[in-house]
Ligand binder design. Structure first.
Ligand code: ADE
Length: 246
């Protein structure tokens, strides 16, 4: 059993667990392999209108989440964890682009879980982000170079990636290890029966029963596809591979 807990700070708690309920992560949640808690940011408003945002200082369209409200919500979220410090993550397109090594390091360095802060509107008053970065090591993560209407879908994405690495969530350790990105290469093509489908045959080598030959073919395919589609990953792989040989 792990005690890995994700605590999501959001104005839309009903978005969780959302699609995660129907995936591997959802099954793991029902089996208590991880915990999910949502905290409604609006609950920290202190006026009768439950105001959480205000207009941008300096002008401009849209509303900004207020620093004192987000600060109170983050403090409350932290109180859910005991001695071990959770990772504190603000989901924003301005953050570090999410890649598998970051997912791995989060799971290794923060076994108690993470606090996921989801922004809406034009953003969050930057002073509260700066305070939590300086004092508690908050990090900012982006799931890609596009603008979502809020951090919630990014938080769901990050949680899915994290939960898969918990023991017992993905059945075979082997399937985790062979997966794309663990080795910095994209995955080789997969096939199932029938052997011939609409005039397309499964590559002959896969029917040979020669495991060594099959592994070599798959490695070759992974390299070819990575080279063609993701020269950035290919370069990183070559560098890594060379450094391993040293
Ligand atoms: N919020 C809005 N867009 C986002 C993105 N691309 N990544 C993370 N959080 C976001």
């Amino acid at each position: 059993m792990t005690n890995w807990q994700a605590t999501v700070l959001t104005l839309f708690p009903e978005m969780f667990p959302g699609p995660l309920a129907h995936s591997l992560a959802g099954r793991a949640l029902r089996e208590s392999l991880w915990l999910l808690k949502t905290i409604d940011i609006r609950g920290f408003a202190h006026d009768k209108h439950q105001t959480v945002d205000d207009t941008c200082v300096g002008g401009g369209a849209g509303m900004v989440l207020k620093a004192d409200i987000v600060d109170a919500a983050l403090t409350h979220a932290c109180s859910q964890y005991n001695e071990e410090k959770p990772a504190i993550i603000y989901l924003t397109p301005r953050g570090e682009p999410l890649r598998q090594p970051r997912v791995r390091s989060l799971m290794k360095n923060n076994p108690s879980g993470c606090i996921l802060l989801c922004g809406r509107y034009e953003g969050i008053d930057d002073r509260v982000i700066e305070k939590w970065r300086e004092e508690k090591g908050l990090i900012e993560i982006s799931i890609g170079d596009y603008i979502l209407s809020g951090g919630e879908i990014a938080a769901l994405t990050l949680m899915d990636a994290c939960v898969r690495l918990l023991p017992g969530v993905v059945n075979k350790q082997e399937s985790l290890e062979s997966e794309s990105f663990e080795l910095d290469l994209l995955e080789f093509p997969q096939y199932t029966k029938p052997q011939n489908w609409q005039g397309k045959a499964v590559p002959e080598v896969l029917l040979s029963g020669d495991h060594k030959k099959i592994a070599t073919w798959r490695q070759g395919q992974s390299e070819k596809i990575t080279k063609e589609r993701r020269p950035d990953l290919w370069d990183a792989y070559l560098k890594n591979d060379l450094s391993h040989q040293k």
